[in-house]
Design a protein around this ligand. Structure first.
Ligand code: NAD
Ligand code: TDX
Length: 332
């Protein structure tokens, strides 16, 4: 199978490419614009006869059409992905997440290429801390930020292209990922690399916000399962029952690295900060038989902390500029 992976030099996309090389016979082309969020180093060491990189924009219609015609399937990860950035400069989120997805859909339509669209649980808005319900495929869309609104719009485009034009697409909405190769702007790598660099973790607001953590490797196995056996036109929620509040995650990081549990700073909150996400992945588990390989969040987090300790050369070049941007917003 020839698979085009958009955004394959980013965090989850690169984890997915590694997963394909390890667990399948797929031949992979990565299409990536190499924005600030990308790292070619994340793809280093992969066999060149299995993985190649095309540097380009998913909103470049002729390019995406040509590539779609040369592949059996497209897995569409490319996006602007950081909520905080969408609050300071929303334009690229509209361009890549909406216009880019439109171009991918038109390319898939032209060539009849199988498409899997990667989305997020943030399209459903947020839950109260004591709400017994979790998000399901039937939860109404209610996005909060420019990022999640643009992702919600991209999901609607995919559904419209399936129904109107018969595009052979599936969608998945996954919870918060952690694992190797995640940019240091994101919560878990930011706090790990702060502590490794002798700084204190920085927690927004009161730290009681809850995220539902899943290892990126489990996201990858779920996406491959859906690509193989998912029903066209269907949406599948991906999650691994990993709800933790931000204070608990920081305490685990501090504890693993031998620091006191209160050795962190509370900083200015994010505007419109979603309180809680939680995924019910029953459909994916019952219909397609998927199970996470990293059900133990504490163990997965410990492995991730060790990965960052061992890969300072990978993250160090991005750290200073990232922290300078947070400092300018009063979040450092
Ligand atoms: P990331 O920011 O680490 O990577 C995004 C990649 O897309 C980068 O390599 C970047 O260069 C590339 N890209 C951006 N704009 C592009 C364009 N116009 N053309 C081509 N390439 C472009 O993001 P991530 O965290 O790996 O997220 C990947 C996908 O997964 C996104 O669609 C995101 O919405 C979704 N998702 C992420 C999470 C999470 O926890 N990070 C959870 C659920 C869903
Ligand atoms: O320094 C920080 N301190 C802090 O308390 C940062 C960067 C974040 N936070 C909080 C905000 C959130 O409650 O940690 C939580 C996680 O924040 P992010 O890592 O920015 O992730 P989130 O906003 O939840 O979105 C992530 O999951 C869903 C991804 O970035 C999205 O791409 C995905 O769709």
């Amino acid at each position: 199978m020839r698979v085009l992976v958009t955004g394959g030099a980013g965090f989850i996309g690169s984890n997915f490419v590694h997963h394909l090389v390890r667990h399948t016979d797929a031949v992979v082309t990565v299409l990536d614009k190499l924005t600030y969020a990308a790292s070619q180093a994340s793809l280093e060491g992969l066999p060149t006869e299995r993985v190649s990189l095309v540097v380009g924009d998913v909103a470049d219609q002729p390019l995406v059409e040509r590539l779609a015609g040369e592949h059996d399937a497209i897995v569409h990860f490319a996006a602007e992905s950081h909520n905080d950035n969408s609050l300071t400069e929303p334009g690229p989120f509209i361009q890549t997440n909406l216009v880019g997805t439109f171009c991918v859909l038109e390319a898939a339509r032209k060539h009849g290429t199988r498409l899997h669209h990667i989305s997020t649980d943030e399209v459903y808005g947020d839950l109260e801390l004591d709400d017994p319900q979790r998000f399901t495929e039937a939860t109404p869309y209610n996005p909060s930020s420019p990022y999640s609104a643009a992702k919600a719009g991209s999901d609607h485009l995919v559904r419209a292209w399936v129904r109107s034009f018969g595009v052979q697409a599936t969608i998945s909405n996954c919870s918060n990922n952690y694992g190797p190769w995640q940019h240091v702007e994101k919560f878990i790598p930011r706090q790990i690399t702060n502590v490794l660099g002798g700084q204190r973790p920085k927690v927004y607001g009161t730290g009681t916000n809850v995220r539902d953590w899943i290892h990126a490797e489990d996201h990858s196995s779920a996406v491959w399962t859906i690509l193989q056996r998912g029903r066209i036109g269907e949406t599948y929620l991906i999650g691994a029952d990993g709800e933790r509040n931000n204070l608990d995650v920081v305490a685990l990081i501090l504890g693993h690295l031998g620091r006191a549990p209160d050795d962190f700073d509370l900083v200015a909150d994010r505007a419109g900060h979603d309180l809680r996400y939680a995924i019910d992945s029953t459909k994916l588990r019952d219909e397609l038989g998927w199970r996470p390989a990293y059900p133990d969040f504490e163990a997965g987090l410990a492995g991730t902390i060790e990965w960052y300790r061992d890969h300072e050369a990978w993250w160090r070049p991005h750290k200073q500029a990232t922290e300078a941007a947070y400092a300018a917003k009063g979040q450092a």
